[in-house]
Design a protein around this ligand. Structure first.
Ligand code: ADP
Ligand code: MG
Length: 238
């Protein structure tokens, strides 16, 4: 059974169709990237997987259960956004613990998970600080930590590195790869950056205007692009 099954999904905002009859099976534990230009529907698709946006047609299942039939706490996914909104008045520790307090995880268990996530992300010395005292890269790691403490079945990243400067983007990329090696959870990574997709993902879903152009390993989409669009977008040799 696939971890996430997207079956003939479509989505329309007003009169505009943004996802058209899209199907995809995501395997348990894989790191998959949704790659495509701005406006092609990547975030909308990710938000539907998270159950934050309704599907208009078709269905999305996680672990064999339809997302729209699961209560938010039971979907087993954690999302990390490009614009990570940390609570400015709370410490880093509290920012990471907050989502767990909401779902009544016992205090000792919260403490254990926050410290474990902080260790993995190497932000232990920052736990007592407030977000305003952190750099952009450190804040983004806290945002990832907030997802990590939930021990989700799947991580959904929506352009999590876009706000970082070039050097930090590369460093955080390496950290994300390391994190995936450690936790081995299903990961969907949305990006418009082909280098990010190529270096991080085991499989790449190239999207363009409402639909999938190609699904394949980085090597496959690069060396055997299925369409002209894919060739241009991933910069395959002519
Ligand atoms: P991407 O993440 O690939 O940049 P999005 O999924 O954000 O693309 O958007 C796909 C299309 O849907 C865009 O044309 C965008 O303007 C439109 N769109 C996204 N969200 C909404 C919304 N809530 N209401 C109306 N249109 C939307
Ligand atoms: Mg987007």
């Amino acid at each position: 059974m696939s971890a996430i099954d997207i079956d003939r999904v479509s989505k329309t905002f007003g009169a505009v169709n943004v996802i058209a009859d899209l199907s995809l099976k995501i395997r348990s534990g894989e790191f998959i990237a949704f790659l495509g230009p701005s406006g092609c529907g990547k975030s909308t698709l990710l938000r539907m997987i998270a159950g934050l946006e309704r599907v208009d047609g078709g269905s999305i299942s996680i672990g064999g259960q339809r997302v729209d039939q699961l209560p938010p706490g039971a979907r087993g996914v954690a999302m990390v956004f490009q614009h990570y909104a940390l609570y400015p008045h709370m410490t880093i520790y509290e920012n990471m613990a907050f989502g767990l307090r909401n779902i009544a995880v016992p205090g000792q268990e919260i403490d254990r998970r926050v410290k474990e996530a902080a260790r993995i992300l190497e932000i232990e010395p920052l736990l007592a600080r407030k977000p305003g005292q952190l750099s952009g890269g450190q804040r983004q790691r806290v945002a990832i930590g907030r997802a990590l403490v939930k021990s989700p079945k799947a991580y959904l990243f929506d352009e999590p590195l876009s706000n970082l400067d070039a050097a930090l983007r590369v460093r955080t990329r390496v950290e994300l790869a390391r994190l995936h090696q450690q936790v081995q959870a299903t990961t969907i990574f949305v990006t418009h950056d082909q280098v990010e997709a190529m270096t991080l993902a085991e499989r790449i879903v190239v999207m363009n205007a409402r639909k999938i152009e190609q699904v394949g390993t980085p090597m496959e989409v690069y060396s055997r692009p299925a369409t002209e669009f894919v060739a241009r977008f991933v910069g395959s040799p002519a």
